[in-house]
Design a protein around this ligand. Structure first.
Ligand code: ZN
Length: 103
């Protein structure tokens, strides 16, 4: 993917969140406490800082809330996911970084 394709695909915070959800729960979300796959996705968009705005899965059985970003480097970050994704994209496409590991 080139930079313009990347910018279009991950333009919004929600697009980044959806991508992260698919990476973490390839077969769909399951509650870490009771293993239920019945949940409500809560997006607390009214909160002010990026860290507490991360979407939450709320289990319909035991009501445990699991943050989409919990257990990842993004958790409690004050940087938005879209900025993180841009930084990771730029780093992973850095040719100088690659040449350091390949002869
Ligand atoms: Zn549960």
């Amino acid at each position: 993917m080139d930079i313009s394709g990347f910018m279009v695909r991950f333009a919004s915070e929600e697009a980044c969140e959806d991508h992260l959800i698919k990476l973490r729960w390839k077969e769909g979300f399951r509650c870490p406490k009771c293993d239920s796959d019945q949940f409500t996705l809560i997006r607390p968009n009214h909160r002010r800082n990026a860290a507490s705005r991360a979407p939450l899965f709320q289990c319909k059985s035991c009501h445990r809330q699991t943050s989409v970003t919990s257990g990842t480097i993004f958790h409690r970050s004050h940087i938005s996911l879209s900025k993180w994704f841009s930084a990771i994209y730029l780093l992973s496409n850095d040719k100088r970084g690659l040449s350091a590991t390949t002869p």
